[in-house]
Write a new protein. Structure first.
Length: 565
């Protein structure tokens, strides 16, 4: 087959060149409404799990506004995915909030400079800071070098607004839209609260902020009120939507070589099944398609494609395991909730077993894919359900009342989990058309009712979900509370654990790399940890490794970067 494009399975939209982004992305079924909201006045929050397409829609809004030369808004796109690099400051610097706000201002200023350079008319604007200066200052803050950011170089909100207004005047635009990607970082509560304070402050008559957030885990500041301060836009595509399969097939048409697509379409029902198994997340679909490609270890860019029942089910298993890995990774990124996440996994498996028992013996069109959990829900269970939503294991479907039986919250279960764990039909001999029919024509009122007690196995939820507070590093006495500053036993000052340092100190074997590639990296370079990759400026060290060229160097760096998002 012809040489595979190096970018074919690039998962994140922000890593694609603009030309490939425009050529490969397809239209979300609700795209016009979403883009209109992202382009108009008012604050908006785009919500969806990892891989659901938030970045794609923000970039589409950016390019649409950028190409509009007749008035409209001036777009500024900013990706805050590296925000966790500043999290250690919250453990060591009394002015961490100030420096985090400096970094937010600098990142928006970087975005403004990018916008002006990419506008078709390229207006000349007299701005206060150059790209070189702003890039340097932002980089120093990410390295924790606050002492190198002098008073003369520091920004404030008034100065940023003044520079934006200069750009508006020079470009003939009446207002500015901020498109803030990976804004409410899921793993630093302090940063999230400070971000939403900033979000409220920057909103004005001429500046409209829009931010991408994660469902279930985003923490707002005490002064921020969802619905009043910003409208939420859910972009997670529902698998029961009539536009679901056509959307994903069009995505593949845009992305894949013609001969590959023709091969997939020879097995139409199997292709539909893996589309359903992606559970509304385009990234998951691309991951599954990628597993069907087999690279020749001896000849670079030589591939074959295997598409059979066996390879499709391996791909579905792979996407379910990847989703579970995202969920389990929260134990490292949110060490305080390690017990919640560990117990939550057992809770999820228990939920699958309940649905499997419900489905056994029922006809194809009466199969349940949904848990209905009796309300009210305890706070601990709400937290765990939020983690499931973040990773994409559960999709919220609202509430339903069953009269005297109570009110239930509905959650659809990841379809890849249903297939991989044999939850549908409760039997092993299932043909592909039965799977597709059950997922495509399912009865909307078929769901499995459970109570919090049956899911967790107890009504003592506080005991079932204890916080994982790190003990005293001197005498190992458990902490009495999350906010404790000194050990109750020996009086030693308790150390503050940095989530960022915990993540980047992990071995590179935790990245989605083959064992062979990990061994090659360790044998031919000094790289051992994720931090080593992030600190490998210009990819000098990773390029020492045989068979790691510019493409794989960039890809490995992206894998490391994704660990801190």
């Amino acid at each position: 087959m012809p040489e595979k494009s190096e970018n074919l399975f690039v998962e994140q939209a922000e890593y694609l060149e603009p030309e490939l982004f425009q050529a490969w992305t397809t239209e979300h079924p609700d795209e016009e409404r979403i883009l209109q909201k992202l382009s108009q006045t008012g604050a908006k929050l785009v919500t969806g799990p990892r891989g659901s397409g938030k970045t794609t829609l923000l970039l589409k809004a950016y390019f649409r506004m950028l190409s509009n030369q007749r008035g409209g808004a001036l777009p500024i796109y900013v990706n805050f995915k590296s925000s966790l690099k500043l999290e250690p400051l919250y453990k060591s610097n009394a002015n961490a909030v100030y420096w985090f706000n400096q970094w937010l201002l600098l990142k928006i200023y970087q975005g403004l400079l990018r916008t002006l350079s990419e506008m078709p008319s390229s207006p000349e604007v007299d701005l206060q800071w150059s790209k070189q200066d702003v890039d340097y200052l932002a980089g120093q803050l990410e390295l924790g070098q606050t002492d190198l950011v002098s008073g003369a170089n520091q920004l404030d909100l008034v100065a940023l607004e003044e520079n934006i207004h200069r750009a508006l005047a020079a470009s003939g635009k009446a207002r500015c839209v901020l498109l803030l990607d990976d804004a409410a970082h899921a793993f630093s509560a302090e940063q999230q609260r400070d971000f939403f304070d900033f979000f409220r402050q920057i909103k004005s008559r001429t500046i409209s902020p829009k931010a991408a957030i994660y469902p279930g885990v985003t923490i707002y500041s005490s002064t921020f009120h969802l619905g009043h301060d910003a409208e939420e836009i859910d972009i997670w595509l529902k698998p029961n939507s009539p536009a679901y399969i056509p959307f994903l097939l069009t995505l593949l048409e845009r992305r894949l070589p013609t001969e590959v697509l023709e091969r997939l379409r020879q097995e139409e029902e199997l292709l539909k099944l893996i589309c359903f198994a992606s559970f509304g997340m385009p990234r998951a679909l691309l991951n599954m398609i990628q597993t069907l490609y087999h690279e020749d270890d001896e000849k670079e860019h030589e591939y074959t494609v295997e598409f059979s029942r066996a390879s499709a089910f391996r791909a579905i298993k792979n996407v379910f395991e990847n989703t579970m890995s995202v969920y389990r990774s929260l134990r490292i990124k949110l060490p305080l909730y390690e017990n919640f996440i560990t117990t939550g996994e057992q809770l999820f498996i228990h939920g699958l077993d309940s649905v499997k028992s419900y489905n056994k013996g029922k006809p194809v069109d009466r199969q349940s894919v949904t848990l209905a959990i009796l309300t009210p829900l305890p706070a601990e269970l709400i937290k765990v359900l939020g983690f499931f939503q973040y990773s994409g294991l559960l999709m919220p479907r609202g509430e339903i009342s069953r009269g005297e039986k109570g009110v239930f919250e509905l959650y659809s279960i990841h379809y890849a989990a249903l297939v991989d764990r044999n939850v549908l039909f409760g039997k092993r001999a299932i043909n592909i058309s039965e799977y597709v029919e059950a997922l495509e024509k399912r009865h909307s009122h078929e769901f499995t009712r459970v109570s919090p007690k049956t899911l967790v196995g107890t009504t003592d939820f506080a005991q079932a979900f204890p916080l994982s507070l790190p003990p005293c590093h001197i005498c190992h006495t458990p902490r009495v509370s999350e906010g404790a500053k000194f050990c109750l036993n020996c009086g030693a000052k308790l150390q503050q654990v940095s989530a960022f340092e915990s993540i980047v100190s992990r071995d590179i074997q935790d990245l989605p790399l083959t064992t062979t590639r990990v061994e090659r990296i360790k044998e031919n370079s000094s790289i051992r940890t994720i931090k080593d990759i992030l600190m490998d400026h210009e990819n000098r060290e990773i390029r020492k490794v045989p068979r790691v060229g510019p493409y794989w160097a960039k890809r490995i760096y992206h894998y490391a970067e994704e660990c801190i998002v």
